[in-house]
Design a protein around this ligand. Structure first.
Ligand SMILES: Nc1nc2c(c(=O)[nH]1)N[C@H]1C(S)=C(S)[C@@H](COP(=O)(O)OP(=O)(O)OC[C@H]3O[C@@H](n4cnc5c(=O)[nH]c(N)nc54)[C@H](O)[C@@H]3O)O[C@H]1N2
Ligand SMILES: Nc1nc2c(c(=O)[nH]1)N[C@H]1C(S)=C(S)[C@@H](COP(=O)(O)OP(=O)(O)OC[C@H]3O[C@@H](n4cnc5c(=O)[nH]c(N)nc54)[C@H](O)[C@@H]3O)O[C@H]1N2
Ligand code: SF4
Ligand SMILES: [Mo]
Length: 747
């Protein structure tokens, strides 16, 4: 029995597994068996994905050999080749594209299959950085809006207290946040539960009655997707007109709340209070106004406003689903402002909102495997890679490019490592498939994965990578956590699969960079090196690798007895500890955003803006249903697709309210076609009252499997999602979709 960190990928958590091995094969997996369950160092109990990982590990469809494409791109006709031929070809393609178009024509796209140091995308990044660089990206598919919008208010993304502090809260608003299904740090749901046992009232605000609403909340408030900023504005209206705001805190710590505290150069402009009261636009943001937009009763909005503003301290926790939307920047800023005007910032049991990266602790940050520096300084927003394929040469700052005035080249070589993004996880699958199928655009597609994913089917070369059980790794918490988890190599890779590190080392050799790339280390050698770095840089208690391995404890942890509170210093003395914003204060009105001069889409104070696809636009005539693609317990995005027992436990369904299903003649369990202008999918219906009328849900991540008619048989929500990006963050808006649904024609 070996204790190890779960292969976990980008699953939202980091847990401990106990793995039993017999005759070189994994026979059983369970989880943390430490006897204590003390909130300062709780067990890291695995979810069903970690517990069922054996089925993925031993799956008959694991990639076995390197393969090259023999048909048209996307046709998925492949022939086995030797590793020598495959690696020669990768090296010569990197050389050719580099010489013909420059290093910026090579792109390693966003891909989150492994965060365990030497496995996943990281060795490829290290290699390309040594090989002259490649086109980089910034932000993520997870957090584009929230990571860009939070600093416009606070100057930083580190706005979260350590979770042990949640036990001090009296009110918790789980706003579009679903930690029971969408893991957001192992144990987040446990801490909410403890807080509730201590008397906190918990409210879930989500178009779906999630498992979190069921298991953790006192109340579920269904809200129309894309309208959260309207409800938040109406809450502010109630707080302002009923005198529930924290005037003292606003005066000493905030900027731009009303006309008395406008930043220099914006005197006389519309303040937050002006917007809320409708002083300039003539529309007071009353609960009645918001009810028409959000479908939340005005009385409920007013009641939640009063509760959050008076049963203090309180947490307004913002999930990320509502920022993966058209104007995803707005609800983020609106939530931060509610935290600020109620004075919930910088106090125990409070919460500043925003992305809320943990303020202190955390055994270590994950990327200690050295990637080196990228000689190519240009970066694109992660979501805009298809743009860089189509018109990279003309892209500049107006298209979100950083570090250069113009990219000067299109992307010509895509090397997807631990990524199912090129097809499955990016928006508008049919469009991506058309772009990739055109061999005059991207000339070379290399995919490195454990399975023949929809992305791999579009590869010119498929390289079989091993799983985390087959190589060395090290992980720490996903957003939160104080533990460092050792991931020793437990079994050998099947057939000819190799570690991502070994694959990259082989390419490095062919580019004359082997010594520079490996520095004489193998995977285990790098993990030993990384641990020594931690020991040198503030964590001397981490055991050296040999001892760590011999102990078979699997983890090293730091108990949290005295949880840190974000902005505590600023709260105490704002003059001595100013925020890293231009004004040093909480910027309710952002002069930086004001100066962009695009008030309709990037207002200086947070506003509700109607989405570009919404029930209120003309598009609703043909496509009257809003569709969301939540993160499901059964998968890590598209990873773990094909594990039969997970599919059995959580069958893939279109979740639809009977009030929408019945007029359409859709019965429970019926096969349904869901479509819009971008494409169509087939998926079985689950009729349920646990989703609000007018909204349907299709959990994201199933593998795109088009039939001869182009209709996807496996119900991938990204067939329906749009490639349009958000105005300020250049983020993905994959939850903003309008669709129609009808019973599928009998075949
Ligand atoms: N089980 C599981 N857990 C995961 C992952 C996984 O794949 N599976 N992935 C991990 C990763 S990488 C990430 S980035 C996070 C993502 O975490 P999130 O982005 O927070 O997850 P989602 O499920 O997309 O959205 C959360 C909730 O928002 C709701 N929602 C959608 N639109 C709106 C809206 O406009 N308003 C409101 N109020 N609610 C809305 C959805 O119904 C859903 O219940 O999850 C992490 N955790
Ligand atoms: N519609 C919609 N689309 C979304 C989202 C949404 O909410 N809605 N969420 C977005 C978010 S938040 C994210 S983070 C992205 C995630 O998108 P991706 O980063 O593409 O994540 P996965 O789909 O899990 O694909 C990871 C791939 O890595 C492979 N893999 C696993 N381990 C290893 C390894 O060690 N080595 C190698 N080489 N391969 C490995 C897996 O087999 C899998 O194919 O999806 C985004 N797409
Ligand atoms: S939450 Fe993540 S790390 Fe934990 S068991 Fe599940 S998949 Fe593994
Ligand atoms: Mo994500």
């Amino acid at each position: 029995m070996v204790r190890t960190g779960c292969p976990s990928h980008n699953c939202g958590g980091r847990c401990l597994l106990r793995v039993w091995v017999r005759d070189g094969a994994i026979t059983r997996i369970d989880t943390d068996d430490r006897p204590t369950d003390d909130p300062s160092a709780p067990q890291l109990r695995a979810c069903i994905r970690g517990r069922s990982y054996r089925a993925r590990q031993n799956h008959k469809d694991r990639l076995r050999y390197p393969m090259k494409r023999v048909g048209r791109r996307g046709e998925a006709k492949f022939a086995r080749v030797s590793w020598d031929e495959a690696l020669d070809r990768v090296a010569s393609e990197i050389r050719r594209v580099r010489e013909t178009y420059g290093n910026a024509a090579v792109h390693i796209p966003y891909g989150t299959g492994s965060y365990n140091q030497t496995n996943g995308r990281w060795p490829a990044n290290r290699l390309m950085n040594l090989a002259g660089g490649s086109l980089g990206f910034y932000n993520s598919y997870s957090w584009a809006c929230i990571s860009a919008a939070t600093p416009t208010v606070y100057g930083t993304a580190v706005t979260g207290n350590q979770r042990q502090d949640w036990l001090n809260a009296r009110t918790i608003l789980m706003w579009g946040w679903n930690p029971c299904e969408m893991r957001d740090g192992t144990n987040s749901e446990y801490f909410v539960r403890l807080a509730r046992e201590r008397g906190a009232r918990v409210i879930g605000i989500d178009p779906r009655m999630t498992l979190s609403a069921v298991a953790l909340a006192d109340e579920w408030i269904p809200i129309r997707p894309g309208t959260d900023a309207a409800m938040m504005s109406a809450m502010a209206y109630v707080m302002i007109t009923e005198g529930l705001i924290d005037r003292g805190f606003i005066r000493t710590h905030c900027l731009g709340f009303d006309e008395t505290q406008m930043p220099a150069g914006a005197e006389g402009e519309e303040s937050y209070r002006d917007y809320i009261l409708g002083t300039r636009d003539g529309v007071p943001k009353t609960p009645a106004w918001a009810e028409r937009i959000t479908a939340v009763p005005a009385a409920t909005i007013a009641r939640v406003a009063r509760e959050y503003a008076s049963a203090k301290p309180g947490i307004l926790y913002q999930g990320y689903g509502m920022q993966r939307r058209a104007y995803g920047e707005q609800p983020v800023r609106a939530g931060c402002v509610l935290a600020a005007i109620t004075g919930n910032v910088g106090i125990p049991g409070g919460w500043a909102s925003g992305i809320a990266l943990q303020t202190a602790g955390g055994a270590a940050r994950w990327s200690a495997f050295p990637l080196g520096e990228n000689p190519v300084k240009a970066e694109i927003p992660s979501f805009l890679w298809t743009e860089a394929v189509l018109r990279g040469r003309d892209m500049g700052p107006a298209s979100g490019v950083r570090g250069a005035d113009r990219l000067g080249t299109d992307i010509k070589l895509l090397w997807a490592v631990a990524s199912n993004l090129l097809i499955n996880q990016h928006a508008n699958v049919n469009r991506s498939a058309r772009i990739l199928a055109d061999e005059t655009l991207v000339e070379t597609v290399i995919v490195q994965d454990n399975f023949m994913t929809p992305t791999a089917r579009f590869a010119d070369l498929v390289l079989p990578a091993c799983t985390q059980f087959e190589t060395w790794g090290l992980a720490d918490g996903w957003k939160y956590g104080e533990e460092l988890l050792l991931m020793p190599k437990i079994v050998d890779p099947p057939f000819e699969a190799r570690s991502d590190y070994a694959i990259c080392a082989g390419i490095a050799r062919r580019l004359g960079l082997e010594e520079a790339f490996t520095e004489g280390r193998d995977e285990r050698g790098w993990i030993a090196w990384v641990i020594e770095e931690y020991r040198k840089t503030g964590y001397p208690g981490v055991p050296a690798l040999d001892d760590f391995e011999a102990s078979n404890r699997g983890l090293y942890g730091l108990p949290v007895k005295d949880p840190a509170v974000a902005f505590a210093d600023f709260r105490r003395d704002p003059a001595a500890h100013p925020l890293p914003t231009p004004s040093g204060k909480i910027e309710i009105f952002s002069k930086t955003l004001f100066d962009l001069g695009r008030p309709d889409e990037i207002p200086a104070v947070p506003k509700y803006i109607r989405e570009w696809e919404s029930p209120f636009g003309p598009e609703a005539e043909r496509y009257p249903l809003q569709a969301v693609g939540p993160h499901t317990l059964a998968r890590v995005h598209s990873t773990l697709e094909g594990v039969a027992m997970l599919e059995e436990a959580f069958p893939h369904r279109l979740f639809i309210n009977p009030r929408d299903a019945e007029p359409r003649g859709i019965g429970d369990g019926a096969m349904v076609k869901v479509w819009n202008d971008r494409g169509a999918i087939l998926v079985r219906a689950r009729l349920t009252e646990r989703i609000m009328p007018g909204v349907v849900a299709v959990p994201q991540g199933t593998w795109w499997t088009p039939g001869p008619d182009g209709v996807d048989r496996r119900g991938n929500i990204n067939v329906l999602s749009s490639e349009r990006w958000t105005p300020y963050a250049f983020g993905n808006a994959q939850h903003t979709i309008m669709v129609q649904a009808a019973p599928a024609a009998r075949r």
